[in-house]
Ligand binder design. Sequence first.
Ligand code: PMV
Length: 325
Amino acid sequence: MHLSNDFITARAHTNIALIKYWGKKNDDLIIPNNNSLSLTLNEFYTETSVKFDNSLSKDLVLLDDHDISDSNQIINFLDIIRTKANINASAYVKSYNHVPTSAGLASSASGFAALAAAGSKAAGLQLSLTEMSKLARRGSGSATRSIFGGFSEWIKGNTDNDSYGKSIQDPVAMDINMIAIILDKKPKKISSRIGMKRSVETSPYYNAWTKQTEIDLIKAKEAIKSNNFKALGQVAESNSMRMHALTMSADPSFMYFNQDSIEVINTVKNLRENGIDCYFTMDAGPNVKIICQSADIKIIKNKLANKFDENQMVVSKPGRGIEFI
Ligand code: PMV
């Protein structure tokens, strides 16, 4: 393989699932139990530069200028790239997150998507988007979808080779925005990895989740096809709550909501009762993402302004797929 002499830099945007991935059938290969569907966001992204260098004695990894070279998750991921490319060289990785890390804003999605793209190219591999998506999946499940812009789907598959993301629609036709309400920037207490494992193993509702998610996914894809914002918002909100029901019904139970999350959820419901078409979705952290149309952004932010600062409410439009820069 021909190693690049220069750093290769890639930018990946994060994505927020409208139909969630929650639970794996293979923990090592990260093969999920259900398909998922997401919107890639413009405002949150990771830029990662990689160079493989035979003169390095070990991998050197900097995230936002902090040395995280002892991260097994990243070293294991770099090993997967080395095996694919049949090289031994250690890597120099520099990554910058434009996402509050580990706060349920899917920094792992943009992080591993950017590392898959920059790392594979730096190692001399020329991967298709599908292959890149399979590689990103080995780092973090949600990264599978961040290779693509707009709406994308992760086809669950059964093996390393048939579990990958694909584009559903990019650019996005409907007027859709997400307002990320940043309630907590601290890393989450129960990682998605541990949380989903516990749900699979102990929630009596887990089988119902996989069945229902198939129905939710069909509804979401129909809504995208017919440009139906309301239908997409409704199914995204119910699917998110169904995922959180798996955390509350696990043993021991756990919750990603905090008091502020519930306040935002109630505000969204109240706005809707007053004719503002908006919905919410939440991931493995307390932050709430409000799904809305452009004309309603101002009124929604105003409604929350007495409780949250302007910089806690980040508005994002759909974002692009992976880019080399
Ligand atoms: O890819 P992970 O391990 O960060 O898990 C992501 C899980 C959710 O964000 C809650 C759902 C999803 O599909 O992104």
